[in-house]
Design a protein around this ligand. Structure first.
Ligand code: UDP
Length: 239
């Protein structure tokens, strides 16, 4: 395994659940700090990093819709939750002196900059970590779709989908001891088998733009850097 990174520009997707740690709700600052340390390691290797954060640890739009409320308003609340997480992760990165900018799909200039592709490329060129907040800015989407969209817009060589386990398994490894990890799958196989890695829209967008998806455990300290160097435990989804 080389010490040089295999990838020069990547998009990391961190779900809200990842930031929650073992708490039932909200942000575990120790976990945010640990994920920030992994991102800092990638930056120290010279890798350009964009991050899409989820919001499920705080709010999901379906929670409103399932109780008879308006889904669009619920999704607006979910998108606001992603902004809270983005600001938390930016705070953790700045504690490590990693230059970081938050770009939101929903304008809130008092809190952070607004998203544009031009701003993204500018900040990346200055070596800043770019955290994308607010998902796609549209209801009925997910932050997985936002990850595929931003990856395409920033010209990322791969989407790193951080999950609770170290790849895609034939069955839930927490329930089935016989479950085995796939080393490689195509985007089409993921779609055809209905594997719950990222939602269908996200996988389809990644496929259309020929962006590999690397599924790995976000809880493995140093795991992100290992995979950036070509090692580590993961499933690679590519055509
Ligand atoms: N959301 C949305 N549009 C987007 C991204 C997110 O409406 O483009 C809302 C949606 O309500 C979703 C919530 O934000 O449930 C949190 O995002 P997500 O569920 O993707 O977060 P994660 O599961 O990654 O924590």
């Amino acid at each position: 395994m080389s010490s040089e990174p295999v990838y020069k520009r990547v998009l990391l997707k961190a779900s809200g659940e990842a930031l929650m740690g073992s708490q039932g709700f909200g942000i575990d600052v120790a976990v945010a700090d640990r994920i920030a340390a992994d991102i800092a390691e990638a930056r120290q290797m010279g890798v350009e990093v964009g991050v899409v954060v989820g919001g499920g640890n705080i709010f999901r739009g379906v929670a409103v819709a399932s109780k008879g409320g308006d889904r669009v308003t619920g999704d607006h609340m979910g998108m606001l939750a992603t902004v809270i997480n983005a600001l938390a992760l930016a705070t953790s990165l700045r504690k490590l002196n990693i230059d970081t900018v938050v770009l939101s799909a929903i304008a809130m200039p008092e809190l952070c900059e607004s998203f544009s592709q031009r701003a993204t490329l500018y900040h990346l060129s200055l070596g800043r970590v770019v955290i994308f907040a607010g998902g796609t800015g549209n209801p009925f989407f997910t932050t997985d779709s936002a990850a595929a969209l931003r990856a395409a817009e920033m010209g990322a060589e791969a989407i790193f989908k951080g999950t609770q386990v170290d790849g895609i398994y034939s069955a839930d490894p927490k329930k089935d001891p016989e479950a085995t990890r796939f080393d490689h799958l195509t985007h089409k196989e993921v779609l055809d088998k209905g594997l719950a890695v990222m939602d269908v829209a996200a996988v389809a967008l990644a496929r259309e733009n020929a962006i590999p998806i690397i599924v790995f455990s976000i809880h493995e300290k140093g795991g992100f850097a290992e995979i950036l160097k070509g090692g580590g435990l993961k499933t690679v989804v590519s055509d």
